[in-house]
Design a protein around this ligand. Sequence first.
Ligand SMILES: [Fe+2]
Length: 456
Amino acid sequence: MLVRIELKDVEIGMFVHAFEGSWFDHPFWRRYFRVETQEQLDRIRNSDIDGIIIDDARGRGPADGCEPVAPTQIWRAGRAPVSGQAGSKAKRVRAGGALAPPQSSADEAPRRRAGYAGECRRAKRTIERSRAAVADMFDGARLGRAVEVRRMVQLASAIGASIERDSRALINLVRLKEKDEYTYLHSVAVCALMINFARHLELGPQEVEDMGVAGLLHDVGKVAVSDQVLNKPGGLSKKEMRSVRSHPVAGHRLLASSPGAPAVALELCLRHHEKIDGTGYPGGLKGDELSLAARMGAICDVYDAVTSNRPYKQAWTPCEAMTAMTQWEGHFDPLLLDRFADSLGIYAVGTLVRLSTGELGIVVGSAGEADEDVVVRSFFDCAMLAEIDPVDRAIAPSAAHPRIVGRDSPSFWRFDDWERLRARILTLAAPNEASPQTAGAAADAAIANAAVRSGS
Ligand SMILES: [Fe+2]
C-alpha cells in the first residue's frame, strides 16, 4: 500500500515510491529505491521536499498514525498541466494505476534556463583550462615524466563542481570538439561523463572524484602511439592496430610509476577496451571479472568517441549513439548502459519515456542545431490512462517543461503487447512540433560502420 509520511518519519528500510513538491528539490536521481543508509536518510530529512510516498509492500511500513494516500491523490498533488491534450481523441487502453513524479512549478523554469546559460559560460572556461592541463600532462608523459596526479585531481574537482551545478552544460559543450583537439578533450569528456555517471549511481564523494581522475588519465598510454596512426583516415594495418591496442598496457605502466594515482585510474586505464563478452583487449576479461569502473569506463569512452567528429567519421548524435550502443550485444553491461542513458537523459530510439506533461512517449530521433534535442512522440495520457493522438516534440536538454522525466516501464503500464504497440506508434505519421532527424536510418548506417576503432 502507498502511504504518505512526513520527512521526520522516514526510516531506513522504507521503499520510496515518490516525492512530493518540486522535482528539483528532491535529493535523488532515482525515482524508486529503498532507503538503505544513514546518508540517504539524512539527505531526505534535510531536503526541501514536502513529504514522501512509501510503498509498504516493498519495504518497512510506517509508524502508527500515518495516513494512507490513494494513488490518484498523489498523482493530482504532483501533476503539471498536460499540453496537447485538448481536442485529442481518447481511446481507453489497458494500463495500470500509476503515479507521476512531482513536477516543477512554473516559476522555476526561467531560473533553470538562466542557470544553464550561466553554467555554459563557466563550463567553457573549465574546459579550456582542462584541455591545456591534459595537453601538458601528455607532453610530459611523452618525455617520460610521471603524471602530476595532484593537478588531475584539481581538474576533476573543477569539472565535478560544474556538473554538480548543472549536469548538462559541460557535457554538452565538450562533445562539440573539433577533430584536431580530440585527444585532449576526449579525456576531459570521459572525466565529465564518469563523474556524472558515478553521481547518478550514488557512489560516495571519494569514488566520484576517483572516477573523474580515472577518466582524465584513461588514455594516457596513447603517448606510445604516433599521431599519424591515431589520426589516420581509413583502415589500419595489422602493425598499426597492434600499436593502437598497446595503449592500455602502456598507460597502466606509466600510471603505476606515478605517485598518488588512484587504484581505480590504473584499473580504468588498463581495462577500458575490455568487453562484457570477453572479446575486448588486452585481457579478454568478461562479465563479473570486469570491475564497475571498467564497465562504466567502456561505456563513457565509446559514447564520447562516437559522438565526436573524427578524421575517419562524422559524429553521431547522442540519440544515434545510444541507439547503436544498445544494439551492440556483448560490448557493454546492458543494465549499466541503461543507467548511463538515464544519467544523461539521452535515450535510444524506441525507448518509452515519461514527459513532464504527464504523457508517455517513444523516442523517435534527434533535432536541434547540435542534434542534442531528443524528439519524443507522445501517445498516452497518464492521468486519463488513455491513448491520445500522437505529437512529436523536440526536447532540449536544458528544457524545464516539457522535459523528459525519465525512462518508463511498459510492463508497469500493462501494455500487453509492447513490441506491437511500439511498432504501430513508430510507423504513425505524427504532427510535428519538431523536425526530427530520425535516428533509424542514421543508426543503421552507424551500426554498419560499427566502430572497430570506437574509443581507440
Ligand atoms: Fe583508449
